[in-house]
Design a protein around this ligand. Structure first.
Ligand code: SF4
Length: 245
């Protein structure tokens, strides 16, 4: 057996191999023969800032727009079979992540982003900002949107999966660090936080769209809080590779 491979590392990752530091130690990556890997550490360092700063900025902007980050709105009713599957707190998590998926998707499919990029390019051509300044902004904004796209479905799908895994009755025998649903919730939380950092970047740049972006961010923040409530021990889970080195 080749000891370089980390057993099971791919079970609790985000499947974004292009941005992963463990490609050389992952059997799934080896099998998919993915060859593109552009310095993932650098990519995530560029995206991230102190997460507390992200939350503080969100709180201030939400207040400005009269949005209550603690309030969970009435959402579309669940289908009958889904209703039977979830308890009240679980249902709220299901609903809010679903709401995020729909609202964020609608924004991504609208012309807002394309129009903003065109305006930036135009400013560069007119000399209102330098060409390289325009290019840097376009690259940074496009990377933020890439992150949002990657985790768009992931957050709802993985949080729903964590809720289902938790319903299995054999978990009592395992420590928190080995309960698979904690691992699934943990990678969901990472996806939420990365998405929030990406949206904050858009919020800072796209003044005209701030009201819509802050509403989307509020859904992510509610998802994050509900996830932590449903999975209070998620941080104890040790993901092979990612949390060991
Ligand atoms: S561990 Fe990394 S390389 Fe392997 S499947 Fe997950 S993201 Fe891809």
């Amino acid at each position: 057996m080749d000891s370089n491979f980390i057993p099971g590392i791919y079970n609790w990752c985000d499947r974004w191999c292009e941005r992963c530091s463990f490609t050389s130690r992952c059997r799934v990556y080896e099998k998919t023969e993915n060859t593109s890997n552009s310095e993932p550490e650098e990519f995530w360092e560029n995206l991230s800032q102190c997460f507390q700063e992200t939350i503080d900025l969100l709180k201030n902007t939400a207040e400005e727009f009269g949005i209550n980050l603690d309030e969970i709105e009435e959402e579309i009713p669940l289908e009958e079979e889904e209703e039977e599957e979830y308890k009240v707190g679980e249902e709220a998590l299901y609903q809010v992540t679903n709401s995020y998926l729909k609202t964020a998707r609608a924004w991504l499919e609208s012309d807002s982003f394309k129009a903003f990029i065109s305006k930036l390019e135009e400013k560069g051509e007119l000399g209102l900002i330098t060409i390289s300044e325009a290019e840097d902004k376009v690259i940074a904004l496009s990377e933020a949107v890439e992150v949002i796209h990657w985790y768009l479905f992931f957050i709802h799908v993985k949080s729903s999966r964590a809720l289902k895994e938790k319903q299995e009755d054999f978990w009592d025998e395992y420590p928190e660090s080995e309960k698979s649903y904690n691992g699934t919730a943990k990678i969901t939380k990472i996806a939420i936080e990365r998405s929030m950092q990406a949206w904050i970047h858009l919020l800072n740049q796209m003044q005209e769209d701030q009201d819509r972006i802050v509403e989307i961010l509020a859904l992510l923040e509610k998802s994050r809080k509900l996830l932590e409530k449903e999975f209070p021990n998620l941080d104890q889970f040790i993901r092979p590779g990612f949390d060991e080195e």
